[in-house]
Design a protein around this ligand. Sequence first.
Ligand code: ADP
Length: 317
Amino acid sequence: MRIGVLTSGGDAPGMNACIRAVVRAALASGDQVFGIYDGYRGLVEGKLVEFTRKDVSEILNYGGTILGTARLPEFQYEAVRKLAVDQLKKYDIDALVCIGGDGTYTGALRLHEMGIKTIGVPGTIDNDIASSDYTIGFSTALNTACEAIDKLRDTSSSHQRCSIIEVMGRHCGDLALYSGICCGAEYIITNETGLDKEKLLKSLKENRLNGRRHAIVVISENITDVYQLAKEVESYSGYECRATILGYIQRGGNPTPEDRLLAARLGKYAVDLLHEGTSGVAVGVVDNKLKATPIEEALTMVSEPNVELNKLVQKIS
Ligand code: ADP
């Protein structure tokens, strides 16, 4: 086969490990592989280069994506996608592996509908793709968030402060929930828990009166203005309070072993599925087993609520 691979949407640590796995697995089967630069934009613009084994050497342990990523909102229009299909025809490429989030999956689904064989691979730090228990990049972002929260704990405890830390996740609370548990946060606020401001302020005040030296609040992005919340905490609870938005630092860094392993497994699985003639599916791991789900279904799936972990938080925070 002649297989193209691209990364699209937000970058995530482990994308390189996945590109490497796709290229190496395909070459080992006698395929030719083309790296497509800058996502769907690069595909439309014809930024395709044939890859050898060596082109993916020394990339496994680096964050980001050697292929680059870009956004092309116009890809929703058939006329623009037709340009992409024309490029693929020009290079005689049979199939595409598209690594990214749900926007990338939608693009892959549309190309599948236009007769191109496509496989979606979940590459996003947000862990917001319900067809896989974990996405490539989540483990590394969790690691980064935990390191940062541990550091903020040191200073917040020394100064007897409350620290509010906003982590990424788009509309998925996993990064906040997991990092909050791992760092012993007193409060974890996500889309699932919601923000009950009155309760939070009262509880912080009680803690302060009971002599607790500091408090850590981990909150998902897109819930509230954390700087404003910090002001309210400060004026109500008696704690000095600082808000920190971790931001883009969570997107970078060398991928953890978990992300490298996931990337290797999913990259090889994507190539295997293409060899079987499968198209229009998203790969993932469910209960630690490889699983392919039609992209259409993957896009409408909703993650199970984190019932067990949310209960755990209530008992041990
Ligand atoms: P992510 O893949 O991380 O969710 P985006 O939402 O930015 O990131 O999507 C990445 C790219 O996927 C977009 O820039 C666009 O090229 C393509 N895409 C997104 N939505 C659609 C759509 N509805 N139809 C076709 N392509 C899409």
